[in-house]
Ligand binder design. Structure first.
Ligand code: SAH
Length: 495
């Protein structure tokens, strides 16, 4: 059976600006063919099982020629694959999307197009420039500043000046002086507000604003480079007041998030929304102990326990998988009470339709132990990591509370991307590295090597045990008292 090609607009860079439909298509792709302008944060969303074809490699300065891209799309679809052709911004705005679909149409291959948010509007918006405004611009014109090989720029500057609208030039960095000269010669006011936005919507975004006549010098001073767009029009004067993005509290900060991949989402997204340049690098992963006869045995006689204690979402997940595997569901819990170490673990329970009866005031193993000692009259069942903190069991033992402590998942430290992380650390490093458990510290140190330079960043740690582990490696730390993601975000925001 023949496959299909879906042309997807990846948006201008901020992964949050990929459309819901585009993301859905990406998640179902067998093969993803992408360009240079698709941001790494969007590429992260490509499923691990999908094959990636990079047709925009710039290293050799020879991106794959268009006819060859067309052929790749055709062949992959004809081989029966579900192909996503991912393009920066919107595929039909100077993205040759039309040409690619024509080639597929000629061969009778099934295709669809999912529009993206174009940089022409979004990079301006993140630069504080609304492309239209009732007071000063009633039309918007998007123009290419790139000439076909060997040809001169073919722009009707007089017509553009007469529109009195907002002009947005894409691919115009090299031709900037020529474009400005053209506009001035066609009679545009030399003091017309203008701007360049480089790497728009990304944490590395830079903006330069100047009167039209001064823009080329100003852009050269700042060393503005592609990808950047040029905006000309009275709306540019609003940028100083409206440049919300550059004012985000973590703008310009580079933060490494070391949580395991499937649980990094909320932390990374929060930091990203505060303007940080977030690099996700899961330093550990967890693996359920499977099969787990000890847990199965305990679940057979669940009513022997008064309390069931969980110290992480991974533990809840392992428990539920085991329960379901035994053909049981939440009803098997009967009257057993549930303890969770903190709100995230509590939410993992909520997601399964049950509510924690106990969450300690301070979210760590020692406080969970104390809370259980106060509450427990019968036996406690702990389902947690192989290397779970002894602080919890010590508290129960000291008070004579009977318990079973079963290892239901383990932490894995091997990391195929260690070299990449090491290089990133050496290259410029990070302002902050987040550690959500002692094991993430161990995983980080083992990935970059114990001899790496740990003096160039501050570790943001959840809990004393995590901070203690980081200090062993002479990492300077800030510690969140509460084991909650929001407390970690607060630390990043502290001056
Ligand atoms: N289809 C894309 C445009 C492709 S042409 C879109 O809709 O956005 C490539 C040009 O787009 C670049 O030379 C630059 O001018 C502009 N561009 C793309 N991404 C950009 C970004 N994040 N910030 C600023 N300009 C960008």
């Amino acid at each position: 059976m023949s496959g299909k090609v879906t042309l997807v607009g990846a948006g201008p860079g901020d992964p949050g600006l990929l459309t819901v439909k585009g993301l859905r298509a990406l998640e179902q792709a067998d093969v993803v063919v992408y360009d240079r302008l698709v941001s790494p944060a969007v590429l992260e969303r490509i499923p691990a099982a999908a094959r990636r074809i990079d047709v925009g490699k710039e290293a050799s300065r020879h991106p794959v020629p268009q006819h060859q891209i067309n052929r790749i799309l055709l062949e992959e679809a004809q081989a029966g694959h579900n192909v996503v052709r991912l393009k920066g911004g919107d595929p039909f705005v100077f993205g040759r999307g039309g040409e690619e679909l024509q080639a597929l149409a000629r061969e009778g291959v099934e295709f669809a197009e999912i529009p993206g948010i174009t940089s022409a509007i979004a990079a301006a918006a993140y630069g504080g420039i609304p492309v239209t405004h009732r007071d000063c611009a009633s039309s918007l014109h998007i123009i290419t500043g790139h000439a076909r090989e060997g040809a001169e720029l073919n722009i009707d500057f007089e017509a553009l000046v007469q529109t009195r609208g907002t002009l947005v030039f894409l691919m115009g960095v090299t031709a900037l002086p020529v474009i400005v000269e053209g506009l001035l010669e066609a009679g545009m006011d030399p003091d017309m507000p203008a701007a360049m936005v480089e790497q728009g919507t990304l944490p590395s975004q830079r903006r330069c604003g100047a009167a039209l006549k001064a823009l080329p010098d100003r852009a050269a001073e700042m060393g503005i480079r592609s990808p950047a767009l040029m905006i000309v029009g009275r709306v540019c004067a609003l940028a100083e007041k409206l440049c919300w993005f550059e004012r985000l509290p973590l703008h310009g900060k580079r933060i490494l998030v070391t949580r395991p991949g499937d649980r990094a989402g909320s932390l990374s997204e929060k930091l990203w929304d505060l303007g940080a340049d977030v690099v996700e690098f899961p330093c550990i992963r967890t693996e359920a102990v499977f099969p787990c006869p000890a847990m199965e045995g305990a679940l057979e006689q669940l009513s022997a326990y008064e309390w069931l204690g969980f110290t992480s979402a991974a533990g809840v997940e392992a428990f539920w998988t085991c329960l379901r595997g035994m053909g049981k569901d939440a009803r098997a819990l009967g009257g057993v009470k549930l303890a969770a170490i903190g709100p995230a673990t509590g939410r993992a329970l909520e997601a399964r339709g049950v509510t924690a009866d106990l969450i300690p005031e301070i979210y760590d193993a020692a406080h969970m132990g104390e809370a259980l000692v106060k509450a427990a009259e019968g036996k406690v069942l702990l389902l947690r990591a192989e290397e779970g903190s002894p602080a919890l069991t010590d508290a129960l033992s000291a008070a004579g509370v009977p318990y079973d402590d079963i290892a239901v998942y383990r932490t894995i430290y091997d990391n195929p991307r260690s070299q990449e992380l090491r290089e990133a650390l050496e290259a410029g490093g990070f302002d902050y590295v987040t550690f959500t458990s002692a094991s993430t510290v161990k995983g980080f140190v083992s990935a970059v090597g114990g001899d790496a330079d740990f003096s160039r960043f501050t570790g943001l740690c959840i809990g004393k045990q995590t901070a203690g582990e980081a200090e062993k490696h002479h990492i300077s730390v800030k510690t969140a008292g509460k084991a909650a993601i929001d407390a970690l975000v607060e630390l990043a925001l502290e001056k």
